[in-house]
Design a protein. Structure first.
Length: 659
């Protein structure tokens, strides 16, 4: 959900009503060929499709704006393919969105869908843009009572499908729905108690539970930079309205978010930089700093029941916004809906890249093939063709996941793979990382530790260059800058003599103490390349992913594979935080999102531990306070110890698979 602003409208309509962003960028620069390219694409669509705009009535009288693009060829019938969005069902063109039947996008989705023929439908959800009613963030599904204008997504979808079937000609009685990011949430929420005509659904990067690992909080720690950047532009308007026609970027007054947020230090000071309209959605996100009813009521996962459609959930291993959502959605549907096809696809992608990019590389890391193109042609299109048109091809595997490191697609009958075996990587002396615990002969528990001083006024950055928002390549970025800091602990294996493939979730288990009364612990799993590494890596040609020098050598590169924070006050409960007793040893056990990565022979496995990851994660004052109300004087240095004896055996629990 909290995507960079450049992607906001690009992902709005997922793969249904997308503009050619490159062509429009060239248009702004006065490129005549680009103008011809855009006009030709629009004319092609206009020759084949007719656009209609409707206000579809819901059962409570609220009307939802809906755009329909219907094939002009009436010699056969077509299924509906629908997206529901809070970002505007208008056509995004040259920096602004436009409503009206005369406005056409350059394409209605991947070429395969467009050529095959579908009735494409895009709807403003309740309370957004030209739809009436009241918008609720992450619409609660089981609210005790609905206020006037409020609704639920499954009911609104049900009523919309009923209306479309009766009022749009030449439909074959079947409906598919898909969407990416927030529209991904609307996809999964719309198929609860689903209408019988809904035969296929693809939630892509769907949000499931904003507090539990999705956009807002990871491990109880607030994801500062992404949330601030999003909410500074995602504002409330009096609907129905076509506003905002474009989203304005927040003026940081600098190109360095690290310096901007550090100068403000506390969340109250950061909040004060926003105007009242921007604070309307942002303030509740930080005010509810524990897992209270505000968040629980917005958790869609327990309600994903009575789904009759085939479901294909999609996510990206390097999605900086919605990585956990697809995994939670797949698992919940699998548990609650036996008998339906429930599949998952995870590729080496940033947020939404599977729908718009080739997916060959990210930053300096190559994936050796056009993974996005492969997904669109060979996975997504056949899925909808089978369930909406009866075109039966190869059997669809339940789990289609890209294995990074080896750069190969793997098919499994479940995710995580049933054959995976649990193992533990233990922290050892002198920065070692091994598969065995410390020996009986090692020093006593209290004396066998590593320590560092964490200073919230000098936090560890999550990237080593100035940037605003959240650069997507950070998910694979080089960690050498961090491993040399005195406030980062580094553990690594010997050079691997054979490939090691880790699948599924990661479970750090740390025995720690602090001189403070609260603290964060960030754990990062890293792939260390050999000192001599063949040329051919280099920076991405995609400017949005390009950082550093194109001639960077990947020798000894420390590639981030997965990382995440845990806020120590939640070690026993996310509902009821507890302070630390200074100096008392406590156990922290938490979960990081899944991976499917092979550490190749000749590489090393590294784990880094630190207590700040800024400004990706907000600052913990390291004193036990309600952080949204913290004062500058609450931010204090603390000495953090990580223990590694045979009994206090800090490490990371993993799942290993043999290919």
């Amino acid at each position: 959900m909290f995507k960079t602003l450049a992607l906001t409208f690009c992902l709005t309509l997922t793969m249904l009503v997308q503009t050619n962003a490159n062509a429009f960028d060239r248009l702004k620069g006065g490129d005549d060929e680009a103008e011809k390219e855009v006009d030709a694409a629009k004319n092609t669509l206009k020759a084949r499709y007719t656009k209609y705009e409707f206000q579809i009535p819901m059962r409570d009288g609220v009307k939802l704006f809906t755009a329909v693009y219907a094939p002009k060829d009436a010699s056969k019938t077509y299924p509906f393919l629908m997206t529901r969005t809070p970002y505007g069902a208008g056509v995004f063109e040259q920096g602004e969105s436009h409503y009206g039947v005369d406005y056409f996008p350059t394409r209605l989705g991947p070429k395969e869908f467009q050529d095959s023929g579908y009735i494409f439908v895009v709807q403003d959800v309740r309370g957004r843009f030209l739809s009436e009613g009241v918008w609720q963030e992450m619409t609660p599904h089981a609210k005790a009572s609905l206020a006037p204008g409020e609704g639920t997504e499954s009911r609104d979808m049900y009523d919309t499908v009923e209306w479309l079937l009766k009022n749009v000609k030449n439909n074959n009685g079947k409906v598919g729905i898909l969407g990416t990011s927030y529209p991904g949430f609307y996809t999964s929420a719309s198929i609860i108690d689903s209408h019988p005509a809904i035969k296929a659904a693809s939630p892509q990067a769907p949000i499931a539970d904003l507090f539990m690992g999705d956009d807002s909080y990871h491990g109880g720690a607030f994801m500062l930079s992404g949330n601030f950047d999003f909410y500074a532009s995602f504002t409330q308007e009096q609907n129905p309205t076509t506003l905002p026609k474009k989203w304005e970027k927040f003026d940081y007054g600098t190109e360095d978010a690290y310096q901007f947020f550090l100068s403000k230090l506390s969340l109250p000071n950061i909040l004060a930089t926003m105007n009242p309209k921007q604070r309307a959605y942002f303030e509740p996100t930080i005010a509810h700093s524990t897992y209270d009813e505000f968040w629980k009521s917005r958790n869609i996962a327990p309600h994903l029941k009575n789904i009759k459609a085939a479901v294909l959930t999609v996510g990206g291993w390097y999605d900086a916004e919605d990585l956990q959502g697809p995994l939670t959605t797949y698992q919940s549907i699998e548990k609650n809906n036996p008998g339906i096809f429930n599949g998952i696809v995870m590729g080496p992608w940033v947020h939404g890249a599977w729908g718009r990019l080739d997916g060959e590389k990210l930053g300096y890391v190559n994936f050796d093939s056009k993974t996005g193109e492969h997904f669109r042609k060979n996975i997504l299109f056949p899925f909808f063709e089978q369930y909406l048109k009866g075109v039966v091809g190869k059997p669809i595997p339940e789990a289609q996941v890209f294995e990074t490191g080896t750069n190969i697609w793997r098919n499994y009958d479940a995710w995580p793979p049933r054959e995976a075996k649990p193992r533990t990587l233990y922290f050892g002396a002198n920065g070692s990382l091994t598969w065995t615990k410390a020996s009986e002969a090692s020093p006593s528990n209290e004396n066998n530790f590593d320590e560092y001083t964490s200073d919230p006024r000098k936090p560890v950055p999550y990237i080593n260059y100035p940037a605003l928002g959240v650069p997507q390549e950070y998910m694979v970025s080089d960690q050498r800058f961090a491993s040399t800091r005195p406030d980062v602990l580094t553990y690594q294996t010997e050079v691997l003599e054979q490939d090691v493939t880790l699948v599924g979730s990661l479970n750090p288990s740390l025995f720690v103490s602090t001189t403070g009364t609260d603290g964060d612990w960030v754990v990062k799993l890293i792939d260390v390349y050999p000192s001599e590494f063949p040329a051919g890596g280099g920076a991405s040609k995609d400017k949005s992913n390009d950082v550093g020098s194109p001639s960077l050598s990947l020798g000894a590169y420390q590639q981030l594979v997965r990382g995440g924070p845990f806020r120590g006050k939640f070690r026993n409960s996310f509902e009821k935080p507890e302070p630390f007793t200074p100096g008392k040893i406590e156990r922290l056990s938490f979960v990081l999102p899944d991976i499917n990565h092979t550490f190749r022979r000749g590489h090393r496995i590294m784990v880094q531990v630190q207590s700040t990851w800024f400004p990706l994660v907000d600052l913990n004052p390291q004193t036990f306070v309600d952080i949204p109300k913290a004062k500058p004087e609450d931010f204090q240095k603390a000495t953090q110890r990580v223990f590694r004896s045979r009994e206090l055996n800090s490490g990371i629990n993993v799942q290993v698979i043999s290919n």
